[in-house]
Design a protein around this ligand. Structure first.
Ligand code: GLU
Length: 510
């Protein structure tokens, strides 16, 4: 029996195990489920699968809720918001699992298995070595329930297994992968409750999906081999099957599973890097799907209206960091200036460039600098490095390229002239600079980049950066403001640079 009633309200779920930070692959699963629910006016359920007592931690649950909310996703039912079919944490549903396991035992659809772990492993290895299926041998299948109960009372430990037919096929139609079939011979009787009393994943997931009326199970392809076992359980209970959709794995460019070796992989890392949640969602949606009209920069609302689960690709999704950062730059451009400043401030504070409080003049100035320097920045965490153009001035530690620029005789002439012409000045601005540059050009005959490049190096101690008509007013103004690390104005820069180069204004001893 498959759910076929198209008028039924769609109910989907994201069911993470809180055993670590949420990985981009899982976040994509969450997003696809959320998009489907929001698009179809359905319900999105968050269920925490914390039955692995050793690896599950409440702080991971807290992080995953924070990360999902940060991404902009919300859920209609979940551990923190409640709902009709709760509790939504598996560790709080153990009694339910036991109740359904008892039902199967009493109907003869499940049995106690007393085989010790080591014995099972030995059998498995032996079967593999002989080229046979490593499925469970069925040794405890025929122990009568009464006898099994007596053994348990006398202190023996047992797991519970589902009895599945020894032969035949389990078939289902996957929304992404099409017709899928598994041979029952390879499956064997799966454990549904472990000997420590905890439900196996395949069991708790089915009980929960069924009791929570989940209509579509959208999850990673790493679960596809679990699906036949889950289908056998639905059949044992005579419950309607949900629609299944298995999303391909997320790989690095080298076609191996995306991992730390490739770069950031958790939502938390991208968040700390200063990737915008809307850019990340935009990119995650492209892992296996592409919008029909080729428009690439999409908001969450646009994704909700365009997304189409039936057009999700079954090929592995390759995670392309360059594409993600490109999208991030596009989304950054769409932000209002006040938002850019708000997002930039934590990074500038952490780098010690900005103190705990900001005066209005400082704030206004910073907002303009952020606007200018954000251009071409992949992510907000790259911003302090860009800010060093204004806050750091180190003529004694020039990079090779800058040193090269000022090494020629003509460059020396230009710099000497600027030092000379500014030696008596106490005020400087871009107009003064333009006038002096004009004079130097006329007097030395040096022009174009031979003229401008050395001047840029002298004012910035760098070979490249902002245009000087932007840079000069910014540092002049910034130098009058209050920052933990004071900004040097142009005259200070020229004098310091002259000192490092041993240039003295003419008339004074060298
Ligand atoms: N707890 C499982 C996981 O995190 C859920 C799989 C599923 O969606 O069924 O992989």
């Amino acid at each position: 029996m498959i759910r076929s009633d198209s008028t039924e309200k769609i109910r989907v779920r994201f069911a993470p195990s809180p055993t670590g930070f949420i990985h981009v692959g899982n976040a994509r699963t969450a997003l696809f489920n959320w998009l489907l629910a929001r698009q179809k006016g359905g319900v999105f359920v968050l269920r925490v699968e914390d039955t692995d007592i050793e690896r599950s931690k409440p702080e991971y649950e807290k992080n995953l809720i924070e990360d999902l909310r940060w991404l902009g996703l919300d859920w209609d039912e979940g551990p923190d918001v409640g709902g009709e079919f709760g509790p939504y944490r598996q560790s709080e549903r153990l009694e339910l699992y036991h109740q359904y396991a008892r039902q199967l035992l009493e109907n003869g659809q499940a049995y106690y298995c007393f085989c010790p772990q080591e014995e099972l492993e030995r059998q498995r290895e032996e079967a593999l070595a002989q080229g046979r299926s490593p499925a469970y041998s069925g040794r405890c299948r025929n122990i009568p329930l009464e006898k099994a109960r007596r053994r348990l009372e006398s202190g023996e430990q047992a797991a519970i297994r589902l009895k599945v037919p020894e032969e035949g096929l389990v078939r289902f139609n996957d929304l992404v992968r099409g017709e899928v079939e598994f041979d029952l011979k390879l499956i064997g009787d799966p454990i549904i409750v472990r000997s420590n009393g905890m439900p196996a994943y395949n069991f708790s997931v089915v009980i929960d999906d069924a009791l929570m009326h989940i209509t579509h199970v959208v999850r990673g392809e790493d679960h596809i081999s679990n699906t036949p076992r889950q289908i056998l359980l639905y059949q044992a209970f005579n419950w309607p099957l949900p629609v299944f959709a298995h999303l391909s794995m997320v790989m690095g460019k080298d076609n191996t599973r995306l991992s730390k070796r490739h770069g950031a992989t958790s939502i938390d890392q991208f968040r700390r890097e200063g990737v915008l949640p809307q850019a990340l969602c935009n990119y995650l949606a492209f892992l296996g799907w592409s919008p029909p009209e080729g428009k690439e920069v999409l908001t969450l609302e646009e994704l909700v209206s365009l997304f189409d689960l039936s057009h999700v690709n079954r090929a592995a999704a390759i995670f392309d960091y360059d594409k993600l950062y490109w999208l991030n730059r596009q989304h950054i451009k769409l932000l209002p200036p006040s938002k850019k400043l708000e997002l930039a401030l934590p990074y500038l504070k952490e780098a010690g460039l900005v103190g705990a409080t900001l005066g209005p003049a400082e704030e206004e100035w910073l907002s303009r600098v952020v606007e200018l320097l954000l251009e071409g920045v992949d992510k907000f965490s790259d911003l302090p490095q860009k800010f060093s153009l204004i806050f750091d001035f180190q003529p004694e530690a020039l990079a090779e390229e800058a040193r090269e620029i000022i090494s020629s005789d003509s460059a020396r002439k230009v710099l000497q002239a600027l030092v000379q012409k500014t030696s008596d000045l106490s005020d400087f601005n871009y107009e003064v600079f333009a006038r002096l540059t004009g004079e130097i050009k006329k007097e030395t005959g040096i022009k174009g980049k031979e003229l401008y490049h050395p001047l840029r190096v002298m004012l910035t101690a760098r070979a490249s950066g902002l245009e000087l008509d932007k840079f000069i007013p910014l540092v002049e103004e910034g130098a009058r403001l209050n920052f933990p690390r004071p900004i040097k104005n142009c005259l200070q820069r020229i004098r310091e640079f002259a000192c490092v180069l041993g240039i003295e204004p003419a008339g004074k001893p060298a």
